[in-house]
Each structure stands twice: as structure tokens, then as C-alpha cells.
Design a protein around this ligand. Structure first.
Ligand code: SAM
Length: 216
């Protein structure tokens, strides 16, 4: 009999656990969604509570060009694509199974203004420019990876562009918010519910004053 898979994470590029797809349903921003999920992918059994808070909190303009970093099977990026109906959303994940699911879920839910890419953080979209980046980040990947992802996102946001992210309070939300503030200049807490916090960081331009921090 096989034992547990040691060292397996939802952010493995090729999850070592056998695929066993299933469908889940969720009502997000007033719309019914069906998602195909799978083993080895974050939030397999239900849309995560932090993901839900991020989705309900994020504010997007119809023409926004949006980046979803660490898209998983796609809930954040696909809902964002409905709000940014005249814009476009690029969903990125390092997990090939997640990328495949996000593509399937875009088709399943009739969302066409999206592109799903397999890749590491912002490097896969280097050279492009986004108005907004949204993420439920891979906290378990560790601080160094998280801060690298934040910097890479900062590189592809336009000046004045926004990074909107959710973190569980018990998983270091306030610390990460302070670290993001040091990189972006400002961070504002947008929501705080059920043990999760949603923050927004605005990319300063070249004339931005020294970093400050609000509401963190
Ligand atoms: C907390 S999960 C969120 C998944 C999805 N957005 C959701 O809310 O259900 C974080 C995601 O980040 C992905 N990830 C981890 N490291 C990454 C990296 N370096 N670049 C892109 N995605 C990464 C993981 O595979 C995982 O799908």
C-alpha cells in the first residue's frame, strides 16, 4: 500500500497525487459558477474563504487589464474577467494541473477574455503591463518567494496600478502587508473578515514620497 506523499504541495509544478477531478459550485458576486477542481490543487473541495473575501472585495473597472498570480483552478481570475468585461485577465500558476483546470473552467463558465499561462510569478508576463494584480498568494512557499512575487508583480504594474491580495491573519497578514508597503509605498486594508485580511497596494510613480503605511 502506498503511504502519504511526503513533501507534496498544492504549488508543485506536477502534483505527484493521482488526478481525481470533481465539480464544485459556488455563488460569487451574484453569479453561479461551476468549477472543475482536482487533487493537488488549492481549494479542491470548496472555494477558499480567503479567496471568497478577495473576490467580494476587489474592485475592477470594465476596461482593466488584470493579472491573477497563483490562479489555481481560476476562481479569482475568472470572476475578475466578468468585472473587467471590456478588458482582459491573465491567469498564471506554476502548477500545470491548476493551469489546465483554469482553462477548462474558463470554457465551462463561458469566460473568453482570459489567457491562462503556466509559469513562475511575474516572469512569465515580463514586458507586459497591467492595471491591477490580484492574488491569494502561496503563503506556504515561504517569505522569500512571496516577496519575490510581490516585486515581480510591481515590475509589471503600471504606475498607479494596484496589487490586491488576501492573507489569513494567523499566517502573517500584517507582517506581509508591512513588507509590501516597504516595496510599493502604501498599503491599505480593504476588508477584515473571518480571520482573513484583504489589502491593496498602489504602485507609486517616480515622484512618490518615501514609503508610508496606512491602516495596517
Ligand atoms: C493559495 S493558492 C490560491 C489559488 C487560487 N487563486 C484560489 O484562490 O483558489 C496559491 C496558488 O499559487 C500558486 N503558486 C505557487 N508558487 C507560485 C509561483 N511561483 N508562481 C505562480 N504561482 C504560484 C500555487 O500553485 C497555488 O495555485
Amino acid at each position: 500500500m502506498r503511504g502519504p506523499v511526503v513533501g507534496s504541495h498544492y504549488f508543485d509544478e506536477r502534483p505527484p497525487v493521482a488526478s481525481r477531478p470533481r465539480k464544485i459550485r459556488a455563488r460569487l458576486r451574484g453569479r453561479e459558477w461551476t468549477f472543475v477542481t482536482d487533487r493537488g490543487v488549492f481549494g479542491r473541495d470548496a472555494v477558499d474563504a480567503g479567496t471568497r473575501l478577495l473576490i467580494e472585495t476587489m474592485r475592477l473597472a470594465p476596461t482593466d487589464h488584470v493579472l491573477d498570480v497563483g490562479c489555481g483552478y481560476g476562481p479569482v481570475g475568472l470572476v475578475a474577467a466578468v468585472s473587467a468585461s471590456a478588458g482582459r485577465v491573465v491567469l498564471v500558476d506554476v502548477n500545470a494541473r491548476a493551469v489546465h483546470l483554469a482553462e477548462q473552467n474558463a470554457a465551462l463558465n463561458n469566460v473568453s477574455n482570459v489567457e491562462v499561462l503556466l509559469g513562475d510569478g511575474g516572469t512569465v508576463v515580463a514586458g507586459r503591463t497591467f492595471d491591477v494584480a490580484v492574488t491569494n498568494p502561496p503563503i506556504r512557499a515561504g517569505r522569500a518567494t512571496l516577496l519575490r512575487l510581490v516585486r515581480e508583480v510591481g515590475d509589471v504594474l503600471r504606475p498607479g496600478g494596484r496589487l490586491v491580495f488576501v492573507v489569513r491573519t494567523a499566517q502573517g497578514a500584517k507582517t506581509l502587508a508591512r513588507e509590501v508597503a516597504a516595496i510599493f509605498g502604501t498599503v491599505t486594508e480593504l476588508a477584515h473578515k473571518s480571520g482573513y485580511r484583504v489589502y491593496e497596494a498602489v504602485k507609486g510613480d517616480a515622484t512618490a514620497p518615501a514609503p508610508t503605511q496606512r491602516d495596517v
